[in-house]
Design a protein around this ligand. Sequence first.
Ligand SMILES: Nc1ncnc2c1ncn2[C@@H]1O[C@H](COP(=O)(O)OP(=O)(O)OP(=O)(O)O)[C@@H](O)[C@H]1O
Ligand SMILES: CC(=O)N[C@H]1[C@@H]2OC[C@@H](O2)[C@@H](O)[C@@H]1O[C@H](C)C(=O)O
Length: 366
Amino acid sequence: MKITAPVRVLGTMSGTSLDGVDAAIVLTDGQRIEGFGETGYRPYSDAERAVLRAALGHWPGTPEVEAAAEVVETAHAELMSQFPQADLIAFHGQTLAHDPRGRGTHQAGNGALLAEVLGKTVIWDFRSTDVEMGGEGAPLAPFYHFACARHIGARDPLAFLNLGGVGNVTWVDPSQPGPDVPGACLAFDTGPANAPLNDLMQSRLGLDRDEDGALSASGRIDEGVVARFLEKGYFLRMPPKSLDRNDFPDLAGAVADLSDADAAATLAACAVAAVARGMEHCPAPPSQLLVTGGGRFNGAMMAGLARALPCPVEPVEAAGLDGDMLEAQAFAYLAARVARGLPTSAPGTTGVPAPVGGGKISRGGT
Ligand SMILES: Nc1ncnc2c1ncn2[C@@H]1O[C@H](COP(=O)(O)OP(=O)(O)OP(=O)(O)O)[C@@H](O)[C@H]1O
Ligand SMILES: CC(=O)N[C@H]1[C@@H]2OC[C@@H](O2)[C@@H](O)[C@@H]1O[C@H](C)C(=O)O
């Protein structure tokens, strides 16, 4: 479909936390955000999550990935069918393995199949082209962060932080003419965010997460563990740079001897310290840090960020945005850009040598 005016794009995202699929409608022409529409969520069942978890780190062609793809496709088809009003659909899929400098990047799920089942145009496989062109393939939300900065009327540089399973930050200068020009965006993954804490809660207490960060807030931070964590090579690399969910396998072992509360406090502090270290790369001090993703509900992480950073730290809701849906919206926005032939990443966001548009377009119906 050729976009010339704003269309209703349904964006979907299945994040590294493996909790479920988010869906959100954005009215956009791929440049401006004209409005927001309905949203939805389809959680994975425990059995489905186990299939996804078993496929983490595996590559296409393995039975683990095939089983995961089926789970992802079924969940997305169910959720997407609840949005008959969508003109266009964005399907991110589930990242199972991400190794941009080695084997590439893989998001499970076949968008062509979804296009056929739903009878609508589906845009998918957003990351491969960027990686093929020498980029990190992630993060991809930054161009949408730029559009959000414009949408909320920001004039001074600001930063968006996503605290999902992994953390990623985008420094944005909304006074630039577009997200792909040099100096408009600097983005990268900050480090592990909720994933190690979730894994700790699961293995020690059989819980999915540290609700509101209560356990983290009750413990004592082991500063030695945090200091050793910051010595990892990843933090010495200049951005742009990206991570796979399980790129810090030693972190669980580093808190193994601590009490539940102290281990949780220390893992939350590692997530915060990684962000604070990352923010040192900002080209100019941001006027504020707007936090999206589930970690904005973790009181210990938010308090830690407020202590560590010189600028105000607030959830994106403070600016009228929806922190539960921002990433699903981001892929809706990127799909509109793909449909228009506009770039979706740039040297400042993924390290790709020149702005590039990713995404496969699969047409459904007649
Ligand atoms: N009320 C809450 N209290 C504490 N933590 C929470 C709460 N709600 C969500 N979280 C944390 O946020 C995580 C989900 O965040 P989100 O949905 O942003 O991640 P994701 O999109 O799966 O990951 P990514 O952005 O890395 O792909 C949960 O797994 C949990 O750790
Ligand atoms: C390879 C991949 O799926 N990366 C995710 C992950 O989750 C957070 C962080 O790591 C970010 O790089 C990215 O997701 C967001 C939505 C992005 O591309 O902007």
